[in-house]
Design a protein around this ligand. Structure first.
Ligand code: DGJ
Length: 708
């Protein structure tokens, strides 16, 4: 079985794998149309002096036992033995664009299995598993997916963040020492979104080669981009295990989460478009085909202050604005008057709702809206009936004082009694009420996640998935939103069982522009919750015009989060206007290709969506801060058909510009701005449109329609 070669292809990508005698990726990059298996001779490597005498590959399991000195793809032992396996291929299963490679080390008694799927979208899915073939427990310390990268992959982009400031990009050179990103917060976390983009130095939205990866996992993770002294590079991703957490008895198997990878030769935009297409075709499962309904969420309107009559008034006002789904947030259950009590007591607060939830829900439905409700099932407040009855239901280590977070603890989902209690309470809520939507929150980090004294975070994460799976099967018509203090649990694996993410608790349009841009690299607009918040933003105390707030919220799954009863006429007219605009544009926004445009001025962000057929597009030009230059330059519009002609119209603009006005930073507008010129896609892509000078914290929305 020497040199069995498999070539997987997608529209823009090729992956070439040597399957035997061991499993190794030889090429991952631009699609090759002329490849023949004999070509691989050109990749046979030299053996340098001063090292071991044989060529040392970085195979799928990155065995150090072969003499490659990088981090191995797995680490473990059987009571001190079988700790340095060397895996050779025993089976190759190749079917279309799917490849499964089974490799074994009979001495160590281990099987290492790799699954690869290259989707039509260009996204590569990869997962490894380890099986203990011998008697005796095998303790696994690490199990990773390893992908080699070419020498030109020398710059890394990743995201850091925190509460109310998620998805902030940073860049660094990949050099000696490599880069490690570890998340130990117990959920996906906003500290490090589990992704890295490694590319040709200087890669941008529109230019350069990029290898982007995302680990679909909602627990702790470790990502590593590394370069060894022989110049070879790799990226490695894994769920991070606590000591003793993974013990395999004979015949048992441990799997890595799926790693999702997208190669682009045309900048970050192509990488994102491939991820978006993959999410749309392979992950998202909406209960029906209806457009994503515009939300009204009560949280920043009334917080814990629930009065059903008033909430019904809010619903009436919401419906008048064009809202399609009304969500009651935190505060509806027994004893929940503030954030210090009641989590776990999933019974209606009959003091607040003496007639039950039904009259409110009926009212919402009569207004033609869907009804949604907030829960945080994984949590328990020490001040709750549940805690008083079951203080031992915590995910914790006996003998230690577990620190609280937002005054709450985490329930141990590995305890069947806890799991069953939550299924029963959630089934009461969702089965006995006409609920269409659940906002599933998770508001603390996990410390000492112990079950029966042993580390149990991986199992907790899996039980969380199972809980959502059980409820999803029981209530297939109900949609779920994943929220964790805003964007703390956003990843592809949780998205398999949810339908929307709450991006951030920060509704400040200026901050949102950057947070949403960060999220857009991996997630399409229809799963990105984006709300128009109060004029005085609760997170930052900044104030923005309704135009800037409305346009910023437009490019996601839109909603409004405030008390519409208390708002004045002008604000309400604004909510209605942007709701209508979103509804009008949403078929395009929620199906088209997302583009982020390279600009020469960091104070300006430009993003847009081009329809699949490329006959229409919208682009938003957002001026975040005082422009660097007195002229903003030209927008060269990507994605349009070069030989088609498009009418260019202003769909929305800062009020000062309407009717030819000039704002504070401009004296005369560009002549085309209100002329709706018809221009070719070729001209728009190459010569472009001169932009007006916009005031800070304002935006301009441009529409492009093909003229036939
Ligand atoms: C945190 C969430 O991110 C908010 O949107 C809100 O639902 C609160 N929790 C409620 O307690």
């Amino acid at each position: 079985m020497e040199n069995q070669i498999v070539h997987l292809t997608a529209a823009h990508t090729s992956l070439i794998v040597r399957c035997t005698p061991f499993a190794e990726i030889l090429y991952w990059g631009k699609r090759l149309s002329q490849f023949s298996a004999d070509d691989i001779i050109s990749l046979s490597r030299a053996v340098p002096n001063g090292r071991i005498d044989v060529e040392a590959p970085v195979n799928f399991s990155a065995d150090t036992g072969r003499g490659s000195f990088g981090t191995p793809g797995m680490e473990g032992h059987r009571d001190g033995l079988d700790w340095s396996p060397v895996f050779n291929t025993t089976q190759v299963k190749h079917n279309g664009n799917q490849l499964t490679l089974i490799t074994e080390d009979p001495l160590a008694g281990l099987q290492f299995r790799s699954e690869l799927r290259l989707d039509d979208s260009g996204v590569l899915q990869a997962r490894n598993s380890l099986t203990n073939l011998k008697p005796g427990t095998y303790q696994v310390t690490r199990l990773a997916v390893t992908l080699p990268l070419p020498e030109r992959a020398a710059e890394v982009m990743a995201f850091h963040g925190r509460w109310i400031k998620e998805f902030q990009p940073h860049r660094t050179q990949l050099d000696h020492g490599g880069i490690i990103q570890e998340n130990r917060r117990g959920k996906t976390s906003s500290e490090y979104f589990p992704a890295m983009m490694i590319g040709h130095p200087g890669f941008s939205e529109e230019q350069g080669e990029i290898w982007g990866i995302h680990l679909g996992w909602s627990g702790n993770h470790r990502l590593r981009a590394d370069i060894k002294i022989d110049g070879r590079r790799l990226v490695q991703a894994e769920a991070l295990y606590f000591p003793g957490e993974q013990r395999l008895k004979q015949g048992e198997t441990l799997e890595t989460p799926w790693l999702y990878a997208s190669y682009s030769a045309s900048g970050l935009n192509r990488m994102s478009q491939q991820f978006h297409r993959f999410v749309r075709e392979q992950i998202l499962r909406f209960p029906d085909e209806k457009p994503r309904p515009v939300h009204l969420n009560t949280w920043e309107g009334i917080y814990f202050d629930h009065d059903p009559d008033y909430i019904m008034q809010m619903a009436t006002e919401s419906a008048a604005l064009g809202v399609e789904r009304f969500i009651i947030d935190d505060g509806w259950f027994r004893g929940r008057d503030h954030d210090r009590a009641a989590l776990g007591d999933w019974y209606l607060d009959e003091k607040k709702y003496p007639n039950g939830l039904k009259p409110v829900i009926d009212h919402v439905k009569k207004l033609g809206m869907e009804f949604g409700i907030w829960v945080e099932p994984e949590m328990i407040n020490p001040d709750s009936d549940l805690y008083r009855a079951h203080p031992d239901w915590l995910l914790a280590l006996p003998g230690y004082q577990q620190p609280s977070g937002r005054h709450q603890y985490v329930l141990d989902l590995n305890n069947p009694q806890v799991f069953d209690y939550l299924v029963e309470r959630m089934s009461w809520l969702l089965g006995e009420h006409d609920v269409d939507y659940v906002k599933w929150d998770m508001n603390r980090e996990i410390v000492q996640p112990g079950h029966d004294g042993r580390a149990a975070l991986t199992a907790q994460t899996q039980q969380f998935y199972r809980l959502l799976d059980v409820l999803g099967e029981r209530f297939p018509q109900i949609e779920f939103e994943s929220c964790a203090s805003g964007g703390g649990r956003i990843d592809f694996e949780v998205l398999k069982r949810s339908h929307r993410f709450w991006t951030s608790d920060n509704n400040d349009a200026l901050e949102r522009q950057k947070i949403q841009r960060g999220m857009s690299y991996f997630f399409p607009p229809e799963v990105m919750g984006s709300h128009i918040g109060n004029k005085l933003c609760h997170a930052t105390s900044r104030q923005h015009s309704i135009e800037f707030r409305g346009l910023t919220a437009l490019f996601g799954h839109m909603g409004i989060e405030l008390d519409p009863v208390k708002e004045g006429e002008a604000e309400r007219a604004g909510f209605a206007k942007y709701t209508r605009l979103h509804q009008q544009l949403r078929p395009l926004l929620h199906s088209g290709d997302v583009y982020r445009v390279d600009t020469h001025d960091g104070t300006m962000l430009i993003n847009g969506v081009v329809s699949e057929t490329r006959d229409s597009a919208v682009f938003l030009v957002s001026q975040l801060a005082m422009p660097t230059w007195s002229l903003p330059g030209v927008l060269r519009v990507p994605g349009l058909k070069p030989d088609a002609r498009y009418r260019v119209t202003v769909l929305d603009e800062p009020p000062l510009l309407a009717g030819g006005g000039s704002g504070h930073t401009m004296r005369v507008q560009p002549a085309w701005l209100h002329e709706s010129p018809v221009l070719s896609g070729e001209w728009l892509a190459n010569a472009g449109l001169t932009l007006p000078v916009l005031d800070p914290e304002s935006a301009l929305l441009l529409g492009f329609e093909e003229v036939r």
